[in-house]
Design a protein around this ligand. Sequence first.
Ligand code: KIV
Ligand code: ZN
Length: 510
Amino acid sequence: MSDTTSDHVLIFDTTLRDGEQSPGATMTHDEKLEIAEMLDDMGVDIIEAGFPIASEGDFAAVSEIARRSKDAVICGLARAKPADIERAWEAVRHAARPRIHTFIGTSPLHRDIPGLSMDEMADVIHDTVTLARNLCDNVQWSPMDATRTEPDYLCRVVEIAIKAGASTINIPDTVGYAVPRESARIIEMLLERVPGADQITFATHCHNDLGMATANALAAVEAGARQIECTINGLGERAGNTALEEVVMALRVRNDALPFKTGVDSTRIIQISRRVAQVSGFAVQFNKAIVGKNAFAHESGIHQDGMLKNRENFEIMRPEDIGLTETNLVMGKHSGRAALRKKLADLGFEISDNQLKDVFVRFKELADRKKEVFDEDLIALMSDGTDAANDRIRVKFLRVICGTEAPQSADLTLTIDGEDHQVTATGDGPVDATFNAIKALFAHEARLQLYQVHAVTEGTDAQATVTVRMEEDGKIVTGQSADTDTVVASAKAYVNALNNLLVRREKGRP
Ligand code: KIV
Ligand code: ZN
């Protein structure tokens, strides 16, 4: 039940549902289980684990996350259709604390899609929330595109959903259209006008199309919402969703102005941020609030001087508050496993013994090539999506000839399903030649949408992180790899994307 006098705000994370819906943000089954466990451990109240009817893969992931859940409520999404709601229940019912989240588009534009009149839609809402409530004690209902729904109709349908048994009413700003004052006003209006509104929890679900998702979510909380829907790194369709790290830290740092608290352990933020960036293939922009590489970097002389005199001059929060710890441990080719594990833990990566074995081998290879291994190098190493045990395609050998004389050529050996295949291909530059060689060895129709190279550190021996995004029949996948040789990193990133595409084809989901 909602108590708008309470200062506790529930955190509802939808990284695995709305976040994963972001084109290209594919996560494997195991990665989803891992992220869900991290969310549960950091104190997230509700985890939206997926959209069970969307595919067999989604169903399996939500069911398994539900089975393994500890304290968090596990939620599955369902459209306003009996088959969706029943499928969502089938998946979440294994959780100690299951929730069904059902939704329908209520704005004029969205009502047009199923071609329902206002009255017909009201009946559908009544029937579907009733069905969900008969299956599960904990039902959340969302009027999709609420911020563009006529206020009177919004009040009417929210009342119907409450009467039918929904205990959480989520107000989505589906297209990121609202401004903070509107976001607050809608919650105030619903609390004032809808009978029974004081008996339920209002949630806010904002998209970031105009860069106001966090401001809108916080405005809704000030107006009486007590659940914020958000994702790690703000991952999500288009410009993404409200970022979990932003609302958690805003409520913490500005508790004087926003007197609310969450149950999230903020010191776990950097670790999960890096892991989500790694598994989704969506790198965090350098200047991203809270978790960007530069969020705590002070470059200008005036700032550095001020920081040395008193950190509070320019720092409103401490790096340790989000789990960033400074260490003096310099890594190089003589560093051992224990030092590597400690360093990775300081950087926010908790790894198993098996993972350590694999990372240590790759660290040694890198340390042989680079004198000093910087924190950024290790982060890039951990973000390298290649060489997973179940990869069907691997880069075994690559030699490129490049320079002023065209055509450039690539001599490539790929191991495909355990067998080696070799080819020499030419192209317009070494990367083009390499990609042509991959296409010759593993024919595919996928279209390259993005090819991006970042230097991880300074210096000519710096590693390059390459991100590749490709699309095939509406399926969008990304691949990432890091290497001191940019062309090798490019080949591995491309192959990583292809491996992800093969997983996606098996899942049969766009
Ligand atoms: O943005 C949106 O409207 C959604 C709903 C499914 C809640 O994600
Ligand atoms: Zn959404």
